[in-house]
Design a binder for this molecule. Structure first.
Ligand SMILES: Nc1ncnc2c1ncn2[C@@H]1O[C@H](COP(=O)(O)OP(=O)(O)OP(=O)(O)O)[C@@H](O)[C@H]1O
Length: 724
């Protein structure tokens, strides 16, 4: 007999969101596409191929039936009261419904209750107490550091964050049902727990893209629905964005994906999944890359004029781009469910791995009185799906005799089985550089540096994590015009391959306010023997171009002063495809940072590291050299001090450095360096803040009022009048 459902549970099942919808002005429409440079280099095997609409209410009915089944399978609900969950209702009439407000409202009003319930129903239905093992929250929500941002960049960030927030997810809040004895688990639940035991607390089980509750997102949802319906009829392949460089085509051997679960509470239309429905581009064997001997950037890009049009000003929202971003995030987490939510409406999407298809539900009204039940069903379905796929994976990967049990990592989308023995290939771990390192390269290194300086065209491919370029991007060197301004972009009609730099980006090694730093290898022409171990900093957005240009200027200044304690800068390059694509700044790889070398201490002790006193002079000499060249670094921190295998210390990251330094600032920065090396915490360099602030570097807790630091102009005058 079906159990009596407690009133508090009914409250959760029957809750609908109560937003009062307010029309917001169109200024909340995002002004930029969410697609970044990296997205164009996604591995072909991992890109969205089709979007198919799931018409009608079939998916909803199936999910609600699944919730009913779970409710009926409970023999008895716990006697102790259901935790108090407040159902808020929100009137949006005088509130800005940006993406984060919408997410927080969903979190406060519904997700907690649904997590408790889904947890009970799917993980420990026989437990006599209410226990919750799920949590819907913002994952990796915090930026590593919140540097004062350029005003325009801040505005753009705000506009983007205003429209969509991507960091929300369902996670397991514990590793095991710590509060529930095994006796209270049915055999099915025990099995589920076993297969989920590899999930850490940070494992994200599904992807939520939360949008602001605005006209723009309403328009986006409608467009997605129309797009999915249209593409269901015509079945065209999804237009993934790739670089426009036409003459290259790099074929990579394919490999298998993780499997889709087979026993799911939802059904997908069979005809969409049949092999004929999708022309998969599986090649029969490895093919050599197409690599022309003459590179014609303008021809290959098919552009008569490199002054490429800016994005049109009347941009509303880009359906494909938002779907692509969401899909890529789901692939990254290996999530099956992708939920698009905007407060008053929602779309549930299901990712089918085998056919690389996204199935999209109709638009769901979140005020319906079964919305709570639907969300509970979605959470429970996500958990079941995850456990079932893990079970399938483990069955296919039985541990070999004598080996410890092999577990699939939930956090990686590492392909597990090769498709074809003739080109067996495990996907390379992003961090490993398997080719010879620059140290092994013959002694042509110096000449190579000299040669590189003269070469203006760089062919860039990404080869790490989810990125495996099938078409490279073409970058052109940017130079100064002699007046500290970048000269206009100058592109020749053709370049012999032998006069081109080839940059193979192999792993991501850091990320900060202005961009992501990658490790890679730089070759010249068709020579695969000699290469430089380089760091490629890819700008985060178009505003980062300014800071990279500034960094190039500082590096050139330091090179002219023959400063040794900094990496060699190979130059600044611009992707010629779009005015808004980021610059890349290429420097030599100068070793691991203090933060990386002492990662544990750095993380555990609030960003501190300790260097034996005997080694301090090494670091101080490096800094003194930079000061002697007249450069004020202004951002000395453990991540910005690197040491190579031979113990050579270099200082990096000059994006907020200044081209003058006063005696007082030199002393200040020296003290800061000693403090940092002695295991003490250093915060942002307060000399950056002309408004005045506390400066613990000079003497702990001392407040420097605004007037105590010079203004930029005063600093310059003082710096010029002082001996170096
Ligand atoms: N030339 C280099 N050699 C070795 N490692 C490097 C080099 N350049 C950058 N890195 C690594 O990449 C990380 C980020 O680089 P960098 O600080 O230049 O980027 P950023 O975007 O300006 O970061 P932030 O905002 O934190 O200052 C560094 O902490 C360091 O670990």
């Amino acid at each position: 007999m079906a159990p009596k459902i407690p009133g508090a549970v009914h409250d959760i099942l029957d809750v609908g969101l109560r937003f009062t919808y307010r029309d917001l002005s169109t200024d909340t429409f995002p002004k930029h596409s969410p697609i970044h440079f990296h997205d164009k280099h996604l591995d072909e095997n991992y890109i969205l191929k089709r979007v198919i609409s799931l018409p009608g209410t079939k998916l909803l009915t199936e999910l609600l039936d699944f919730a009913n089944e779970l409710l009926e399978s409970v023999e008895e609900f716990p006697k102790n009261p259901f935790p108090v969950i407040t159902i808020h209702s929100r009137s949006a009439s005088n509130e800005d419904l940006n993406a984060d407000t919408v997410a927080r409202y969903y979190q406060e009003s519904i997700s907690e209750g649904c997590c408790w319930l889904a947890s009970h129903l799917s993980l420990h239905s026989k437990a006599t107490r209410w226990c919750n093992d799920l949590s819907w929250k913002q994952v990796d929500g915090l930026e590593p550091r919140s540097l004062p941002l350029h005003k325009a960049r801040m505005e753009r960030r705000l506009a983007e964050d205003h429209f969509v927030s991507r960091k929300w997810s369902l996670v397991l809040s514990r590793n095991s049902p710590s509060n529930v004895s095994k006796d209270y688990l049915t055999s099915d639940e025990q099995k589920t727990w076993r297969y989920l035991s590899d999930c850490s607390q940070r494992t994200q089980l599904a992807v939520w893209e939360i949008f602001s509750c605005t006209v723009a997102s309403d328009h986006l949802f409608e467009s997605i629905r129309k797009y999915a319906r249209k593409s269901t009829e015509g079945r065209p392949e999804f237009p993934w964005k790739r670089p426009d460089t036409k003459e290259f085509r790099i074929q990579h051997p394919p490999y298998a994906r993780y499997s889709d679960a087979t026993q799911t509470p939802w059904t997908l239309p069979d005809e969409s999944l049949s092999p004929g429905a999708l022309q998969r581009s599986r090649t029969s064997g490895p093919q050599s890359p197409t690599q022309p001997t003459v590179i014609r950037p303008l021809d290959s890009l098919n552009r008569g004029n490199i002054e490429i049009e800016d994005s049109p000003s009347n941009i509303s929202v880009w359906v494909e781009d938002y779907l692509q971003r969401a899909w890529a995030r789901a692939v990254d987490l290996d999530a099956t469910f992708l939920i698009l939510h905007r407060g008053t409406t929602e779309m549930i999407c299901i990712r089918h791995r085998e056919s690389q298809t996204l199935f999209v539900s109709e638009i769901i009204d979140t005020s319906v009185n079964y919305y709570g039940k639907l969300q509970t069903a979605v959470y429970a379905a996500i958990v079941k799906d995850q456990a079932q796929r893990q079970e399938m994976w483990e069955k296919r990967h039985l541990p070999k005799a004598g080996m410890t049990e092999k577990k699939r990592s939930f956090n990686h989308v590492e392909p597990d089985v090769e498709l074809n023995n003739s080109h067996m290939r495990k996907r390379r771990r992003s961090s490993s550089l398997s080719l010879k390192t620059a140290r092994d390269a013959p002694s042509t290194n110096l000449t190579l540096k000299e040669r590189c300086r003269k070469l203006d065209l760089a062919i860039v491919v990404l080869n790490y994590s989810l990125h495996r370029s099938s078409i490279p991007s073409i970058f052109i060197r940017r130079k100064f015009d002699g007046r500290d301004l970048l000269a206009p972009l100058s592109v020749q009609s053709s370049y012999p391959l032998e006069s081109c730099l080839r940059i193979d980006v192999r792993s991501r090694i850091g990320g900060g306010a202005s961009g992501h730093a990658h490790r890679g290898m730089m070759y010249i022409g068709s020579d695969n023997e000699h290469f430089q171990d380089v760091v490629v900093k890819v700008g985060r957005d178009d505003y980062s171009r300014q800071s990279m240009r500034h960094e190039l200027q500082i590096y050139e200044y330091l090179a002219r002063a023959k400063v040794q304690s900094v990496p060699h800068c190979y130059g600044l390059f611009e992707d010629i495809e779009s005015k808004h694509s980021p610059y890349i700044l290429v420097t030599s790889y100068a070793g691991k940072s203090l933060a990386d070398l002492q990662k544990k201490e750095y993380i555990a002790n609030n960003g501190t590291v300790t260097v034996p006193k005997i080694q301090h002079p090494n670091f101080l000499r490096g800094l003194a050299e930079i000061h002697a060249a007249g450069i004020h670094h202004r951002d000395l921190r453990p991540p910005n001090i690197v040491i190579d295998k031979n113990g050579k210390v270099s200082i990096i990251d000059f994006d907020i450095a200044r081209l003058y330094v006063t005696g007082r600032q030199r002393k200040h920065e020296r003290k800061r360096m000693v403090k940092l090396l002695s295991g003490q915490e250093v915060d942002y360099d307060r000399t950056s803040f002309r408004g005045g602030d506390y400066c613990d570097d000079c003497s702990p807790g001392t407040y420097h009022a605004a007037s105590q630091w010079d203004s930029e102009e005063e600093e310059l005058v003082r710096a010029r009048s002082e001996p170096p």
